[in-house]
Structure formats: structure tokens, C-alpha cells
Ligand binder design. Structure first.
Ligand code: RUB
Length: 309
């Protein structure tokens, strides 16, 4: 069963499984499967092997706290378990519970966010966020007539996934290159993006370029909404920790021999949008101002006490 842990970690690392919600569910699911297949019979042995499985999953991608929250909510009852069977069962149950809650949260966000889209609107989205795409699809399902601009999102071009998904759902969608964002923002009424991590002071870490959309939206007086489940709230930021911005392989940016060897390449894959540029964060517990993140974080995560210094 260690295989499923290593395979899942690799699929997250190589982006076969991507997007903050999906990687959280995959990580929690892999830990659940690990517990299900565990054949050892001592609690101590289980805890040691589980620790290693958790470390393997968490090392796969560093930025999205959803992965950390998903995995830690899965193992939360292991410390208080008194037998290996009790510990295993708690992990299996908590993993299934997290995945179900996560999927339901995305559906709730879709229903809440869809209310913000009106007939005649032009909407913009960035990268490929299942929460943001869910909002757009739900508004379309409700019969609203609007159009969508979706950014390409170099270098992985997740925008291709977004436009394909939206076109298949029947949405009027236009693909734009990333550098067209400010030009197109003048014609845009509302922006909906996802989140990988939301800090205690309401900043949102999402796909590189999100903060450019936010700045352009601010300048054009376009509403800017973040769609994010509360397990994207980072308890570590309450303790003052910085969010690590993932830097990926330079080969994702240019192919071999395309530019002189002396040229350096920098490939950060997320950026931080300050709270002041965000009109609201659409969560499964409601549409909230970024200034409310801290109190929701305490309420939602407080009993779990995920973060230990
Ligand atoms: C994906 C990305 C998405 C968030 C939210 O980046 O930035 O906007 O993860 O996604 P990558 P979701 O492709 O590098 O994982 O709403 O699906 O959780």
C-alpha cells in the first residue's frame, strides 16, 4: 500500500493531479488507502509508517495548504487512538469524510457564487480552478446569459482545460493570452479565480498572474472574487509563517536550445494577491470579506488545532 502513497505523490508532483482541491482529496485519499491496506499489528509501527506516508504526500507540492489541511484532518485522531485498528479506522473514516466535505464545499460555492453573475455580464477567470469554473457552470445551468474570458495560463496552459470544460457545458467562452488581461479587463464586469492558500490576513495565493488580474480589475473597477473552500485557509499563517511559493523546472518555460545557455529562467508558479484587491472570498460558509478570514479560521480549524509549533 506504500505504492499508492508514492504513486499519488508522484502524480501530484508531475501535475497529473493538479488544482488545490483535487490534490487535497487525492492526498487524503492516499492516506486513507494506506491505512486500509496496512497489515502491521502495532500502534507504534502504524504511527511511524503513517508519518512517513504523510511526509511523502506533503513533499509533493509546497504551496497549496489544502493538501496539508486535507492530510492532517485525515490523521487527526491517530494520537488519541489506543489500538492499531482504532487508528486505522479513524484514518479511513476521516479521509472519506474530508473528500465528501470537500466535494460538497465546491458545490455550495458554485451556488453562492452563481448569484453574482447576471445576464449580460462578461466574466474573466484564470488558470483552471474547479471552484471558479463551478460558479460559472452553475450560473449557466441557471439559464443566465453571459460570456467568459479565460486566460491561457502559461506555461502549463491550464486555460485549455478551462475553455474545454466550459465549452462542453455550453458556455460562451473566449481564450485569451495572459498578456491580454489588462486590455480585456475594460470589458469585464467580474473576475472569479480560485485559491491555493488563503492567509490569516486575507491575502490569496493562486496561480501566477492572479495578482495581475486583481490589479487590472481594481484599476478598471471590475469586481474581483476568490472562490475557495475553507480548507484553503492556512492555520500556519496565524503563527506568522510565510507561504512557500513553488518554483518549477525551467524546462516548463522554454525548450532545449531555444535561448542562449547564459540566459537564466525563473519559473514561480503562484503569486499573492493582497486583501485590498479582493471584493469577497466565496467559501462554503458564505461570501466573506478577506478581513473575516482570521475569525472563520479560528472557528473552522480551531477545534482541530492542526498547527503545532
Ligand atoms: C491551479 C490553481 C487553481 C487553484 C484552485 O494551479 O492555481 O486556481 O489550485 O483550484 P496548478 P481548485 O494547476 O499549478 O495546480 O479551485 O480546483 O481547488
Amino acid at each position: 500500500m506504500q505504492d499508492i502513497v508514492a504513486e499519488t505523490a508522484e502524480s501530484i508532483r508531475n501535475m497529473t493531479i493538479r488544482g488545490a482541491g483535487r490534490i487535497a482529496r487525492a492526498g487524503a485519499g492516499a492516506i486513507g488507502a494506506f491505512a486500509e491496506g496496512y497489515t502491521g499489528n502495532t500502534l507504534e509501527g502504524f504511527r511511524t509508517d503513517l508519518d512517513e506516508a504523510v511526509r511523502t504526500i506533503l513533499a509533493s507540492r509546497p504551496t497549496a495548504v489544502s493538501l496539508w489541511n486535507g492530510v492532517h484532518s485525515t490523521i487527526r485522531d491517530v494520537d488519541s487512538s489506543s489500538s492499531v485498528d482504532q487508528a486505522r479506522e479513524s484514518v479511513i473514516r476521516n479521509a472519506a469524510d474530508f473528500c465528501a466535505r470537500s466535494e460538497k464545499a465546491v458545490e455550495t460555492i458554485a451556488r453562492i457564487g452563481a448569484k453574482r453573475i447576471e445576464d449580460g455580464d462578461t466574466v474573466m477567470t484564470h488558470c483552471n480552478s474547479s471552484a471558479a469554473v463551478g460558479v460559472i457552470e452553475e450560473a449557466h445551468r441557471q439559464g443566465k446569459e453571459f460570456r467568459v474570458f479565460a486566460t491561457e495560463s502559461r506555461p502549463w496552459r491550464q486555460g485549455i482545460l478551462t475553455v474545454t470544460q466550459l465549452a462542453e457545458a455550453g458556455v460562451d467562452v473566449t481564450l485569451i493570452i495572459d498578456s491580454a488581461v489588462r486590455y480585456v479587463m475594460n470589458d469585464t464586469d467580474k473576475v472569479f479565480v480560485g485559491a491555493d492558500t488563503i492567509t490569516s490576513h486575507g491575502a490569496v495565493i493562486n496561480k501566477i498572474g492572479t495578482s495581475q488580474l486583481a490589479l487590472a480589475a481594481h484599476e478598471a473597477r471590475t469586481q474581483f472574487y476568490v472562490c475557495g473552500e475553507t480548507y484553503k485557509f492556512s492555520p500556519m499563517t496565524m503563527a506568522g509563517d510565510m507561504v512557500e511559493i513553488e518554483e518549477r523546472e525551467t524546462s516548463e518555460v522554454v525548450g532545449p536550445g531555444e535561448i542562449p545557455d547564459s540566459v537564466k529562467i525563473y519559473n514561480p508558479v503562484f503569486d499573492s494577491t493582497p486583501a485590498q484587491y479582493i471584493d469577497a472570498i466565496i467559501t462554503e460558509v458564505g461570501m466573506v470579506p478577506p478581513t473575516a478570514v482570521y475569525s472563520i479560521m479560528v472557528r473552522q480549524l480551531g477545534d482541530a488545532v492542526f498547527y503545532k509549533e
